[in-house]
Write a protein that binds this ligand. Structure first.
Ligand code: ADP
Ligand code: MG
Ligand code: ZN
Length: 477
């Protein structure tokens, strides 16, 4: 029997506000524990929350960017549960009437485009963090409440996703939008973007859903993919062995490469949601919404479409270049200076991204500028260096931020196109390979490549291939 997976994601994104959701404490990451706290976020009796307008604005940006319908007076609710990182004993979240509903995000997997529905986007506060002691402190757990009260949006998708690849693409597409909007830094290691995945399987062709499990808190794309692959296989095996998948919450254990049960349905939390009595409904006036809509930047999908239209790029290139706002900017600036879009795109997708990925860096944090790449490409066009040498020069330019022209001079990499200079080398190559020369003359013309290669070797790749070809053909005919 063939099976298909059904997946829905719940994504938490930390909003990049200066202060917390209901108090004025700083949201800065990495400060000394418990230095960014006050009676409100510590949950002292008698305090009152005051909603951060900027957080609402950011959440609205995401709602509009994903085509959601905005509720003009959404409500906050108390989600009650006991855990030592939650000072009030409840989290202020949204439940029955979220900020926004019914949007969508577009993904592309193996050239196939698809729409993934967004069920809802709501605002909520983050909890603190437990730190388990080590060494002499191993008997203790500590709590750091700097993160308590930091604003989050939770984005819930419809169960429209059908494979781990599509799940990763969905999370990436949402991350790209968050980054374009500059409302979340999406640093998964620091926890500012986290993902829970709900997954079930069913026989292909079946129209009703199977029983789902929820895999909690994955903080990398790789974990999301691996956990889903594991969980899908596990569920199929359970069913094939005649068993039933039980509804439960599971955790991904990256060191063992397995998901493990955390709690079953019977131990599931009963959150006893009720309306937050200390906060009014969130008023979103039409004028404000229009203003936010007007200020939205060009989003990744629109930008990719424009790149295809305006620069004649293949959709694949456009997708890669627009995944990062800064990379897209870099590309456009480069094309302004050197108007051959496909050449620029090729260089960015191969050489530039190779270096950036190796260092796990964004283009904005590197010393490479559009100006430097454009100058390098011009040197190749002018025939000063070959394309191959260009790659060597690129590495040096990338590393040092030096002018490519200088690098070429300093390293003596100027291309040799002078016929007289190359003639001697060509003759020498032919003299040292008499057998190949004979074969060539008997009709094995493919050997021309071999001779060109030998000349290149002798000149450390600096010979102009066109001139070498001409000289070889002359000498051999
Ligand atoms: P719960 O009440 O258990 O939290 P929800 O209906 O709120 O479930 O859905 C939570 C997430 O699970 C959503 O992303 C949704 O798309 C997804 N989901 C719901 N049912 C299934 C299913 N049978 N298989 C996979 N994912 C599902
Ligand atoms: Mg839910
Ligand atoms: Zn506070």
């Amino acid at each position: 029997m063939e099976f298909e997976a059904v997946i829905g994601l719940e994504i938490h994104a930390q909003l990049r506000t200066e202060s917390k959701l209901f108090c004025g404490c700083s949201t800065r990451f990495g400060s000394e524990p418990n230095t960014q706290v006050c009676p409100v976020c510590l949950g002292m009796p008698g305090v009152l929350p005051v909603l951060n307008r900027r957080a609402v604005e950011y959440a609205l940006k995401m709602a509009l960017a994903t085509g959601c319908r905005v509720n003009t007076n959404s409500r906050f609710a108390r989600k009650n549960y006991f855990y030592p990182d939650l000072p009030k004993g409840y989290q202020i979240s949204q439940y029955e009437l979220p900020l926004a509903e019914k949007g969508e995000v577009l993904i592309e997997v193996e050239g196939r485009r698809k729409r993934v529905g967004i069920t809802r986007i709501h605002l909520e506060e983050d909890a603190g963090k437990l730190v388990h002691g080590e060494g002499a402190d191993s008997r203790y757990s500590f709590v750091d409440l700097n993160r308590a009260g930091v604003p989050l949006i939770e984005i819930v998708t419809e169960p429209d996703i059908r494979s781990p690849d599509e799940a990763v693409a969905t999370l990436k597409a949402l991350r790209d939008i968050l980054l374009y909007l500059e409302i979340c830094d999406c640093n998964m290691e620091e926890g500012s973007l986290r993902c829970d995945a709900n997954v079930s399987v069913r026989p292909t062709g079946e129209t009703t859903f199977g029983t789902k499990t929820e895999v909690k808190n994955m903080n990398s794309f790789r974990f999301l993919r691996n956990a889903l692959e594991y969980e899908i296989k596990r569920q199929i095996e359970v069913i094939e062995e005649g068993g039933k998948v039980v509804q439960e919450t599971r955790l991904w254990d990256p060191s063992r490469g397995v998901t493990v049960s955390m709690r079953g349905k019977e131990e599931a939390h009963d959150y006893r949601y009720f309306p937050e009595p200390d906060l009014l409904p969130v008023p979103v006036e039409e004028g404000w919404l229009e203003e936010i809509k007007g200020g939205l930047p060009e989003l990744p999908a629109e930008k990719a479409e424009r790149f295809v239209r305006e620069y004649g790029l293949p959709p694949y290139d456009a997708g890669v270049l627009t995944a990062s706002k800064h990379l897209a900017l870099f590309f456009e600036e480069c094309v302004r200076l050197y108007p051959k879009p496909k050449v620029v795109s090729n260089w960015i997708m191969s050489e530039v991204l190779k270096e950036l990925n190796r260092e796990n860096k964004d283009i904005k944090d590197s010393s490479l500028t559009p100006d430097l790449l454009a100058s390098l490409l011009k040197l190749i066009d002018e025939g000063v260096i070959s394309g191959k040498i260009g790659k060597t020069v690129f590495e040096e330019v990338y590393r040092t931020g030096k002018d490519p022209r200088k690098v070429v001079e300093e390293k003596g990499l100027v291309q040799i196109a002078d016929r007289d200079a190359l003639k001697g080398i060509v003759e020498e190559v032919l003299k040292t390979h008499p057998a190949q020369v004979e074969q060539y003359r008997k009709g094995k013309e493919g050997l021309i490549g071999f001779f060109v290669g030998q000349v290149m070797k002798k000149t450390q790749g600096r010979a102009n291939p066109k001139v070498v070809n001409e000289l070889l053909r002359e000498a051999l005919s």
